[in-house]
Design a protein around this ligand. Structure first.
Ligand SMILES: [Zn+2]
Ligand SMILES: [Zn+2]
Length: 467
């Protein structure tokens, strides 16, 4: 039995690991490379679609799922196994990704033709994504199923995104059984809506993420009330000045967490302000969250559900999908909260809202997630006096806030806690899904705790000990 490391080896994005066992080739995640990882590694798949027998998917984020349509385009005929919520989220996210691929290719083609070059083909189309989605097969958390003779699989809640999972495989070869665990992305504790990551107890080999393997999150918040207090204060102060609150947010996951907090404020504190979600993908994702409650939401959110309410919807929430309605938001006199994407302000409608509100002292911008270096969000967050939006200089006069303690990833302590739950220690640990420096540091950290740990590079093949 062997593992071949391809994507997210000494990188964060493009998760893709290959397991060869019992004469089968199984792909664990098939994600798109993003940002710098794409520039360095491209999107090519490391093997032919005809060589793959099955795909197991940890969760819907595009850096884990985004190359699945390529696999089907190349002739893959097998299944993609995942949880039901992951399948549901993929049904909107893969189509959205395909739409972006088609648009990018169209734009590049126009440029290429002007330069006398050939047209550019998208890496996949909406049609490819639709075909891929027909190959999805969903499973409930903790249900064991036989993937192939000798290989049993189980999805365990990873507490990172709705439907996210760690994958446990029991592989029997030559009369011996070995347990492998792929962590997927490991969630943070006390994240709104979803459960905390479930700790697994037994494994012979573990492949684990290390996104925040050298950092500790500060400002951890335990309760919804704490988070709600923080947001309420910002909104009250801003509205008193006559401004708007602009919240750049990732469409899937973070947006629904923010809505969960506004719902709490509405029903528990009688705090009623107009909240707009202006992003077609966010609106669709909110629908997916509303359809996948049982089996996925945590105890607190389930209590709301059991009382007959939807945990992320409330009367003064207004969803906007139409472009004309989105533009009309800029003419509103009344102060409002506007949640829009993309989360790092690199694309999407949020840029229009920033253009119209960033220069106004009475407004506020609230960041809800990590802002990668070089992004517009990062420039605003780190104190730029002025930024360029659609080629225009926009002064940064609004108040800038960053919500603490709502990361979707475990920090260094959380990762170690997840690993230490295995008893006895797994014989082999492979560290992936982290910037090279971070992944290496985390590997050293766990070695010093007595683990036999490796930090594979792309293309490395590692044997799983069977004796
Ligand atoms: Zn993720
Ligand atoms: Zn990830």
């Amino acid at each position: 039995m062997e593992l071949e490391f391809s994507g997210a080896a000494r990188q964060v994005t493009g998760s893709l690991t290959i397991l060869r066992a019992c004469g089968r080739t199984i792909m664990i995640d098939c994600g798109l490379q993003q940002g710098g990882d794409e520039a360095e590694w491209g999107q090519e798949l490391p093997l032919k679609a005809s060589e793959v027998d099955s795909v197991l998917l940890t969760h819907a984020h595009i850096d884990h799922s985004g190359r699945i349509p390529m696999l089907y385009k190349d002739g893959y005929e097998g299944l993609v196994h995942c949880t039901g919520a992951t399948e549901d989220l993929c049904s909107i996210m893969l189509l959205d990704s395909a739409y972006i691929q088609e648009n990018d290719a169209e734009w590049q083609t126009r440029k290429a033709l002007r330069a006398g070059k050939d047209p550019v083909e998208p890496i996949y189309t909406v049609q490819d994504a639709q075909r891929a989605l027909q190959g999805f097969e969903s499973h409930e958390y903790n249900d064991k199923f036989e993937l192939f003779p000798g290989i049993q699989a189980r999805f365990v809640d990873a507490g990172h995104l709705l439907g996210s999972a760690s994958i446990e495989l029991s592989v029997t070869e030559g009369g011996r059984t070995r347990k492998l665990v792929f962590s997927g992305d490991i969630g943070n504790l006390d994240q709104p809506i979803i459960n905390d990551p479930e700790y697994l107890k037994k494994a012979d080999a573990v492949v684990m993420e290390s996104t925040y393997g050298d950092r500790k999150h500060d400002g951890h918040m335990e309760s919804t009330k704490q988070r709600a207090d923080e947001i309420r204060k910002i909104v009250e102060d801003t509205f008193a000045r006559g401004g708007n609150v602009i919240i750049p947010s990732f469409s899937v996951g973070r947006t629904q967490e923010i809505l969960y907090i506004f719902r709490y404020l509405y029903y528990n504190e009688n705090f009623s302000v107009p909240v707009f979600v202006d992003s077609p993908l966010s609106v669709k994702a909110t629908g997916v969250f509303s359809r996948n409650i049982i089996g996925y939401f945590d105890e607190e959110a389930m209590k709301v559900f059991d009382e007959g309410q939807n945990p992320i919807l409330f009367p003064n929430l207004i969803t906007v999908t139409d472009v004309a309605d989105s533009k009309a938001l800029n003419d509103r006199r009344e102060s409002s909260v506007i949640i829009s994407s993309s989360g790092m302000c690199e694309a999407g409608r949020i840029r229009h809202h920033l253009k119209h509100n960033l220069w106004r002292r009475e407004c506020s911008v609230v960041f809800t997630g990590y802002q990668a270096p070089g992004t517009l969000g990062n420039k605003i967050e780190s104190g730029a006096q002025s930024v360029k939006i659609f080629g225009e200089d926009i002064a940064v006069r609004a108040q800038i806030f960053k919500l603490e303690g709502i990361s979707g990833h475990a920090d260094k302590d959380g990762l170690i806690r997840w690993l230490e739950a295995f008893d006895p220690k797994p014989a082999q640990v492979f560290v992936v899904h982290g910037e090279q420096e971070t992944a290496l540091k985390f590997t050293d950290t766990i070695r010093s705790l007595g683990y036999n740990a490796d930090c594979p590079s792309p293309g490395d093949i590692c044997q799983i000990a069977m004796n």
